[in-house]
Design a protein around this ligand. Structure first.
Ligand SMILES: *Cc1c(COP(=O)(O)O)cnc(C)c1O
Length: 436
């Protein structure tokens, strides 16, 4: 087979385009994609890669899905966008109805926005406005746990892990919040009550300053791919109630079945006051996110007097509730709910557990963790992303590690054989005697 040359436009990419978390000097290689279908990405040179990333948790049904394509085309025929100030549309109300039927009980009001980071900003704003309307202006700090990730905008950055969160350089610029030690008790296995003591201590000492606790339920994603005990989350909810603090759960990565439950908070049977969703909401087609809250929060905000903000939630992105994105999200939710996703995710979980466990014996491997359709191999040393990526591409898989973490969260539609290719590529890469 003749190998095609690199496309000429790759030069423009190299010279002019910023990729995530990269420098314009010596950028790492990027691979040009021509198309994608099912679980395969097709590169411009004809090579096909099995996708292990779901394009960062989003493409849960795989790429180029006929029902999602149809939903997009149909919606384009009526309108792709219309402003949400003073106008409304059925794709948004239908999506609201579907979402309210699956989110934890009590979440009743929804604010649609355009990305996960913005959903986090809105959640923070809701919490601050809530206490302000009640006259508690001193409650304007957040409490979170270390190793978290909540996005890259300034409010979201301020609650990312202060060290691994890549935001050290903004110390002094970011608002200062409280950081408790992250839980050490694993998802399965003994729960150590001492895990909660740092959190409990901060909450006790600062309850009059803290508006809300924000954290990722059960799985901490980009901050370290840690999977922790549901007991911790239960204790967090109880302590929030005891100390009069709101609970914000960031389900942007974990939502829509990824951990084996529709939302990760269900592992602990915990209901937040405010919840953020995004990523898989449109099945990976378009950027859409949302912040939901219960009526306690919405009543609090809405009953404020003129001097406290007149009862309005002060947010309104240009593309909020974009009809095209809402229509695709509706189709994606329908597809998910009619797809036997629980069985699919559980099958992936079993296979990941059995196939990745072989990595445990390897000298460079520190830990192997699996929950739902998430598999993580943590190494003792950081990988060289450029080199390991090249090796993965040569093996026909798309896996993008960061730091010490080699991890996959494939589309739910992946079959056993393709999943085995992903796990064996990981095994090969981490068993190299020379660190890649
Ligand atoms: C990805 C992510 C975000 C940020 O979402 P963007 O759409 O990238 O802005 C926030 N929180 C969590 C837990 C995430 O995984």
């Amino acid at each position: 087979m003749a190998v095609k040359l690199e496309p000429a436009w790759l030069e423009i990419d190299k010279e002019n385009i910023w990729h995530p978390y990269t420098s314009m000097h010596n950028p790492l290689p990027v691979y040009p994609v021509e198309s994608a279908a099912g679980v395969r990405l097709k590169l411009t040179d004809g090579r096909q890669l099995i996708d292990g990333m779901s394009s960062w948790w989003a493409a849960i049904h795989g790429y180029n899905h006929p029902s999602l394509n149809d939903a997009a085309i149909t919606q384009l025929g009526s309108m792709s966008h219309v402003m949400f100030g003073g106008l409304t549309h059925e794709p948004a109300t239908q999506l609201t109805e579907s979402l309210l039927s699956i989110v934890p009980r009590g979440l009743e009001k929804i604010f649609f926005c355009d990305s996960g980071s913005v959903a986090v900003e809105v959640a923070i704003k809701m919490a601050l406005q809530y206490w302000r309307s009640l006259g508690h202006t001193g409650k304007n700090k957040l409490l979170t746990i270390r190793s978290g990730y909540h996005g890259d905008t300034f409010g979201a950055m301020s609650v990312c892990d202060p060290i691994s969160g890549m935001h050290e350089m903004f110390t002094g610029v970011l608002p200062q919040h409280f950081f408790a030690d992250e839980p050490q008790s694993p998802f399965e296995g003994p729960w150590n009550e001492a895990d909660i003591s740092s959190f409990q201590d901060l909450l006790r000492r600062h309850e009059n300053e803290i508006a809300a606790v924000i954290l990722e339920p059960i799985v901490q994603g980009a901050g370290g791919m840690r999977i922790y005990s549901p007991e911790y989350l239960k204790a967090v909810r109880q302590l929030c109630d005891t100390h009069g603090v709101l609970l914000i759960l960031d389900e942007i990565a974990t939502g829509f079945g990824r951990t084996g439950k529709m939302f990760a908070s269900e592992h602990a049977d915990v209901t937040p006051d405010i919840m953020c969703i995004g990523k898989a909401l449109t099945g990976g087609y378009l950027s859409l996110a949302a912040t939901l809250c219960n009526s306690r929060v919405s009543d609090g905000i809405s009953s404020a007097s003129a001097s406290e903000g007149d009862g309005v939630l002060m947010h309104g992105p240009t593309f909020m509730a974009n009809p095209l994105a809402c229509a695709i999200a509706n189709a994606s939710l329908e597809l998910l709910q009619s797809s036997n996703w629980e069985e699919k995710v559980s099958r992936i979980e079993h296979q990941l557990k059995s196939e990745l466990s072989a990595c445990r014996q390897l000298p460079r491997v520190a830990d192997v963790r699996v929950l739902g359709a998430i598999g993580v191999v943590e190494l003792t040393e950081p990988v060289n992303v450029g080199q390991i990526q090249e090796k993965f591409v040569a093996e026909g898989v798309w896996i993008r590690p960061f730091g010490k973490l080699v991890y996959i969260m494939p589309p739910y539609i992946i079959d056993d054989e393709d999943l085995s290719q992903l796990t064996s590529a990981i095994y090969h890469a981490v068993s190299e005697p020379r660190p890649l």
